[in-house]
Design a protein around this ligand. Structure first.
Ligand code: ZN
Length: 56
């Protein structure tokens, strides 16, 4: 039961990033933020429910 991750969040600029790869455990393996240039996995996090759902 794995959920597809459409994007991850850059911890530096809180921007959704679509250029990334996940490892088999679902953790961020590689990623790149085009906005701030972050390119280390630790700089990113998986989106949480509050990031995905519209808080409207
Ligand atoms: Zn960034």
């Amino acid at each position: 039961m794995s959920e597809d991750v459409e994007f991850i969040i850059c911890n530096n600029c809180e921007t959704p990033c679509y250029s990334f790869e996940l490892d088999r455990k679902g953790n961020v393996a590689t990623a790149y933020c085009a906005l701030c240039g972050a390119d280390e996995a630790k700089d990113f996090r998986l989106p949480e429910a509050e990031d995905v759902e519209d808080q409207g």
